[in-house]
Design a protein around this ligand. Structure first.
Ligand code: ADP
Ligand code: MG
Length: 357
């Protein structure tokens, strides 16, 4: 097994820079998720680690070895793609064992190792089938089996669950987490889905426009987003982000307000702010609670019943829309006025540059 080190890694396609200098350390045995919107460079970065894309600039170390110029098959990595990429005319057994056959591993040894992998993935009864006789989840399992059998130092997954239906995605997510625990291997997993990132990662790397926005554990990112992008990307329903004006600043307190937010004081030591400055106030929907004296008041425009919680969309007038995730059993009606209270210690302020204060 191996960790990875990326130093100022860049990728250009012609004049367009799509990966803009990435520094990242991945520990041996870690489950790291690259997450970000479509087109932000996740696959490109993963493919550079795999050796399927040339690294324009910077250094990639896998273990102690610099790998910029090392051929993909010699990097000790195995990649699983969204599209499965199975050979349709081969059985599951042949698909999983194909790499070993190419490397000249004898038939008996191959069969033994295929059976071991099939056992890990609980697909022993599928070995004689062709891919067309498998469900999407089973095909993806075969693709994963083909990676496991190579006993790589590092597993690379590019949106492997995106083609599966929602229920199966949840099952496979748990299976992959267990697999990671069982194998103890380093895994890098790419997804655009923040739920997958939150549920599976030891460490999340949030990417946008080819740049790292933040690296941290799921709860670090959730509770302490470094900037507006991470604040809006991680967590569902999304964090409320309201433009606010600074009404007063003193040593360790700052008072802000907006058309939809009555004067609220946050205890933060901030510097360089003056009255009249515009900031962004962030509060997660589930941290808003019905409270007659609360600072947020507005008319309910939409009610979404999720069972354990109820999401209400509140029209904050000129202050925009506010979402609150409140008690599932609450009795609320459309057009009703609600007042919402919040715990200021769990609210955030973001400066004009988008970074959290
Ligand atoms: P993601 O996987 O995050 O959706 P990609 O890594 O596939 O994003 O792509 C990142 C950016 O690089 C996109 O803007 C994409 O259009 C561009 N890109 C990807 N591959 C190529 C290529 N072969 N030539 C030119 N541009 C590319
Ligand atoms: Mg991609």
């Amino acid at each position: 097994m191996a960790g990875l080190q990326l130093s100022n890694v860049r990728k250009n396609y012609g004049k367009v820079e799509v990966i803009k200098g990435i520094d990242l350390a991945i520990e041996h045995g870690e489950f790291v998720v690259f997450v970000g919107p479509s087109g932000c460079g996740k696959s490109t970065l993963l493919r550079m680690i795999a050796g399927l894309e040339e690294i324009t600039d910077g250094e990639l170390f896998i273990g102690k070895r610099k790998c910029n110029e090392v051929a993909p098959r010699d990097r000790g990595v195995a990649m699983v793609f969204q599209s499965y990429a199975l050979y349709p005319h081969m059985t599951v057994e042949e698909n999983v064992g194909f790499g070993l056959r190419l490397s000249g591993v004898p038939k008996a040894e191959r069969a033994k190792r295929v059976r071991e992998v099939a056992k890990i993935l609980q697909m022993e009864e599928l070995l004689e089938r062709k891919p067309s006789q498998l469900s999407g989840g089973q095909r993806q399992r075969v693709a994963i089996g083909r990676a496991i059998i190579r006993q790589p130092e590092v597993f690379l997954f590019d949106e492997p669950l995106s083609n599966l239906d929602a229920a199966l995605r949840v099952d496979m997510r748990m299976e992959l987490s267990k697999l990671h625990t069982d194998l103890g291997a380093t895994m890098i997993y790419v997804t655009h889905d923040q739920v997958e990132a939150m549920t599976m990662a030891d460490k999340i790397v949030v990417l946008n426009f080819g740049e790292v926005q933040q690296v941290g554990t799921p709860m670090e990112l959730y509770n302490f987003p470094a900037n507006l992008f991470v604040a809006g990307f991680i967590g569902a329903p999304k964090m409320n982000l309201l433009p606010v004006t600074v009404d007063a600043v003193s040593g360790d307190a700052i008072t802000v307000s907006a058309p939809s937010l009555k004067s609220t004081t946050l205890h933060r030591s901030v510097s360089g702010l003056t009255m009249g400055d515009t900031l962004t106030f962030g509060i997660r929907p589930h941290l808003l609670v019905p409270d007659a004296d609360g600072p947020i008041t507005g008319k309910i425009r939409l009610i979404e019943r999720l069972g354990d919680s109820t999401v209400v969309e509140v029209d904050g007038g000129a202050g925009g829309t506010i979402f609150a995730a409140i008690d599932g059993d609450i009795e609320v009606q459309l057009e009703q006025f609600v007042s919402l209270g919040l715990d200021e210690t769990r609210a955030h302020l973001f400066g004009p540059d988008g970074n959290r204060l």
